[in-house]
Ligand binder design. Structure first.
Ligand code: NAI
Length: 306
């Protein structure tokens, strides 16, 4: 917060968006961000702090790639982190430095030439000297629709879609699969792109849950698919990749409407226009990924504080 008086509004039960885990009777399940890596020095330093606070831990995983109908080990030396005990935790740590975090949905905004007024169901939530959006492109675009003519660069930022949907499914099997892999990148034309064994993650559900992410092409085309159909596609894919018949105990699905980075969307890093007292940050402006989301916010904060 750089000494500034910051108020955070978030419509979710807790802030963090795709950095979240679902609490179930079996324990936490990661439907959104599966893990994150730290390649920049600044984010590596942040991860060291989170490690020291116990907010994250390393996920030591055996990874594989499925392509050309073959499943093959694909080890590497990158450290992959997960939040502890859930993906929320690193975000929670960041919010501890913020005095006011309000759980409400901002549904309209106004700029009086100097300050921004925020509203929820016509009730004013406050008047602020700067307005920062850390939300998906579409949600920022909707709230800012009448203000984008004031900022030509904002129109460019909203011109093409940055994020596409991602269906996620948790498939609980009646017994554990004997397979040496914890995470599988599917690199072939299939409806799914990623399979992960939840029990391989420290402090996640230890029963036989497999988390499946669907491709953006499939998710876009099947945006309103029945969950029953989605589950059958997920199980079919699991059976093909794991090369065995599976017995499903339970399943649940989650649709992320704005999740996966469009590969052709430009990397703006962040958006800031001082005369409009307006900033935008998020993974979608900075190439996707958790680290890039953090860097986007970090760089915007530096631009604001000059
Ligand atoms: P990362 O560096 O592990 O992964 C980046 C990409 O590199 C992977 O998607 C995969 O295609 C490839 N890759 C990484 N390790 C590999 C290995 N051992 N063998 C073969 N290919 C490998 O992690 P990063 O960049 O920090 O991203 C985190 C993860 O979150 C990625 O897997 C990414 O695909 C996923 N993600 C998923 C989204 C969704 O909505 N489903 C949205 C954004 C990211």
């Amino acid at each position: 917060s750089q000494g500034l008086d910051v108020v955070v509004f978030d419509k979710g039960r807790s802030a963090g968006g795709r950095m979240s885990s679902k609490r179930t009777a079996d324990g936490y399940l990661d439907f959104g961000a599966q893990y994150f890596t730290a390649r920049s020095q600044a984010f590596q330093y942040q991860c060291q702090q989170w490690l020291a606070q116990g907010a994250i831990s390393a996920w030591t995983s055996q990874l594989a790639v499925y392509s050309n109908n073959m499943l093959q080990a694909s080890p590497d030396n990158i450290t992959r982190y997960i939040g502890q005990p859930s993906m929320h935790m690193p975000v929670q740590q960041l919010l501890q430095r913020i005095k006011t975090v309000l759980n409400c949905c901002v549904d309209s905004i106004n700029f009086d030439g100097k300050r921004w007024q925020l509203y929820c169901q016509q009730q004013q939530l406050g008047s602020f000297s700067q307005l920062i959006f850390a939300v998906p492109q579409q949600q920022a675009a909707t709230l800012l629709a009448s203000f984008s003519p004031l900022a030509p660069k904002l129109q460019a930022v909203f011109a093409t879609p940055a994020l596409s949907p991602c269906w996620a499914a948790d498939i609980q099997l009646s017994n554990t699969v004997s397979l040496p892999y914890d995470g599988i990148f599917v690199k072939t034309t299939m409806p799914v792109t990623w399979l992960a064994r939840q029990a391989s993650k420290p402090r996640r559900a230890q029963a036989a849950h497999w988390l499946v992410h669907f491709s953006s092409v499939f998710s876009q085309a099947q945006l309103d698919v029945e969950s029953q159909h989605l589950v059958s596609v997920a199980v079919e894919a699991l059976e093909q990749v794991l090369s065995q018949k599976l017995s499903v105990l339970a399943a649940r699905c989650h649709r992320w409407r704005y999740a996966q980075q469009a590969p052709d969307y430009p990397q703006y890093g962040f958006f800031y226009q001082p005369d409009l007292a307006l900033g935008l940050c998020g993974d979608w402006l900075n190439g996707g990924r958790v680290e890039n989301a953090w860097l986007s916010g970090h760089d915007l904060a530096q631009a604001i504080s000059g």
